[in-house]
Design a protein around this ligand. Structure first.
Ligand code: AHR
Length: 498
């Protein structure tokens, strides 16, 4: 099989916003307790932050982290997580049926984010709370001082405001599983009023309204149109969420799922532009793909968990080689839409459907999906270029015309580098790949990184953390502005050129 691609520096999709490589920490399972925060762990600093986890996060260069949920946030009172730890209440947490001890909250997360080199994306509760808490949490976090909530923050030891710029107006409010689930009209009105008082409190913030929690939701499209009807002039972003799985062990279909992600993004963009036209608005709505990943491995074991534990092992998917390929294709999908998708969050970051795993009291390690995320975040900054791809194709029972090659290139003008990200979806054969970088003139190869494994179900574990890891022995070669490479069967490739 063969595939080719034209990469031209003038065919720009858009500048890749750094926040495309965001992630997510929810008060769920061992993401916080035993994940980023574990006082008493040999690697914990004086604040209880695990330094081994921080190192893995910093290496990823995660620009922004969504917090504190997720479904959790729709029942969360942010005031439970501030002030002296000894005074904070333990609560029954209804979204995940656990006990939340509130040892970690807004100020601790702001400190952790700073240590991780990330910004905070704070999600407010629009399930059980309303506009009063929406304005108060902005005042507490961002107002300098001289008012009740800002002075309370100062009294908690935080003289400087946290200056949280990005705020999500609730989470998955279209989902019947959500605490305080709403119709599109109910949510749209509430989100609009919350947005007003939040921006009156701090006009510098940016807001994300909830879109659908999946393309397959029955209310999809009407939900977006109605919510934007209420909120269009009050928010900067509309959210999208999606998770893919391979419960049926149909790997060709699983690897093709990112085409549905393309379709989802294209459809939401069209709805945003429809509302813009209807309102005769001058404003362009951007997208925040603030939950995306593979999620299915842990579904069965999660059903067996005893309720009301503190930080049980929930949603602990152990990711395979093939999951890493799907994550790679999803990253390429995001890059192909860099003109409209300005933020995205790999859900999640530590232990809970995460690229980073830990053992309580034990080591931290990188899962298979860590590597495509790392490569895209480190090398995928600059201008995303239109991928003019010709590739042999295949059909699955659900999805037809699936190209074996999924690819996109990013041009970093500052470092004068071009990076081609490419997945070969073929499970048995390699792809003879050729890229024409005509407008770049003669190029030199920096390296050709590859993630591959003969066993598509291979995983990394505490005892074998390097079972699946990239090598730099790809065979790409350059002849002037032509790049030739063999892309191994079922492989993720990063071809770096200067
Ligand atoms: O990321 C796990 C969960 O998936 C989140 O809490 C929720 O928003 C989504 O359904």
């Amino acid at each position: 099989k063969s595939a080719s691609m034209i990469v031209d520096k003038d065919f720009v999709i858009g500048k890749v916003d750094d926040r495309l490589y965001g992630s997510f920490i929810e008060h769920l399972g061992r993401a916080v307790y035993g994940g980023i925060y574990e006082p008493g762990h040999p690697e914990a600093d004086e604040r209880g932050f695990r330094k081994d986890v921080l190192k893995l996060v910093r290496d990823l260069r995660v620009p922004i982290v969504r917090y504190p949920g997720g479904n959790f946030v729709s029942g969360y009172d942010w005031k439970d997580g501030i002030g002296p730890v000894a005074d904070r209440p333990k609560r029954l947490e209804l979204a995940w049926r656990t006990v939340e001890p509130n040892l970690f909250g807004l100020n601790e997360f702001a400190d952790w984010s700073k240590a991780a080199g990330s910004e905070v994306m704070w999600a407010i509760n629009l399930g059980t709370q309303g506009i009063e808490d929406a304005r108060n949490v902005v005042e507490y976090a961002n107002h300098p001082s001289g008012s009740y909530w800002s002075d309370l923050r100062v009294s908690h030891g935080y003289r400087e405001p946290h200056k949280i710029k990005t705020w999500c107006l609730g989470n998955e409010m279209d989902g019947p599983w959500q605490i305080g689930h709403k119709t599109a009209h109910e949510y749209g009105r509430l989100a609009q009023e919350a947005a007003k008082v939040m921006k009156w409190t701090d006009p510098t913030i940016e807001l994300v309204a909830c879109g659908s929690s999946a393309l397959g939701m029955k209310t999809f499209a009407d939900w977006e149109a109605t919510v934007l009807d209420h909120t269009y002039e009050h928010v900067e972003y509309l959210s999208l969420h999606t998770y893919y799985g391979n419960a049926e062990n149909d790997t060709p279909t699983f690897l093709a799922r990112s085409l549905q992600m393309d379709e989802f993004i294209d459809s939401v963009t069209a709805i945003c532009d429809y509302v813009k036209a209807k309102k005769r608005s001058k404003k362009k709505m951007f997208l925040s793909f603030d939950e995306w990943n593979v999620w299915f491995h842990s579904h069965e074991s999660d059903k067996k968990l005893e309720p009301w534990q503190v930080a049980p092992p929930q949603l602990e998917d152990v990711y395979t080689m093939e999951d890493a390929l799907v994550v790679g294709c999803m990253l390429i999908s995001l890059l192909k839409h860099a003109d409209r998708v300005k933020m995205a969050c790999l859900a999640q970051l530590v232990n809970v459907i995460a690229p980073i795993m830990t053992q309580n009291g034990g080591p931290a390690w990188a899962q298979t999906i860590y590597y495509p995320y790392l490569h895209a975040s480190v090398y995928g900054r600059g201008q995303a270029l239109v991928p003019l791809v010709r590739s042999d194709k295949y059909d699955t029972k659900d999805i037809t015309d699936v190209p074996y090659l999924e690819s996109v290139a990013v041009h970093n003008e500052e470092s004068n580098e071009v990076t081609i990200f490419a997945v070969n979806r073929h499970l048995e054969e390699s792809l003879a790949f050729e890229a024409d970088l005509r407008s770049f003139g003669a190029c030199n190869l920096i390296e050709h990184l590859v993630l591959e494994n003969d066993d598509l179900k291979a995983v990394n574990t505490a005892s074998a953390p390097d079972n699946v890891r990239p090598h730099a022995n790809g065979n790409a070669s350059v002849d002037g502005s032509r790049v030739l490479a063999t892309l191994g069967k079922a492989s993720w490739n990063v071809i770096r050129l200067r």
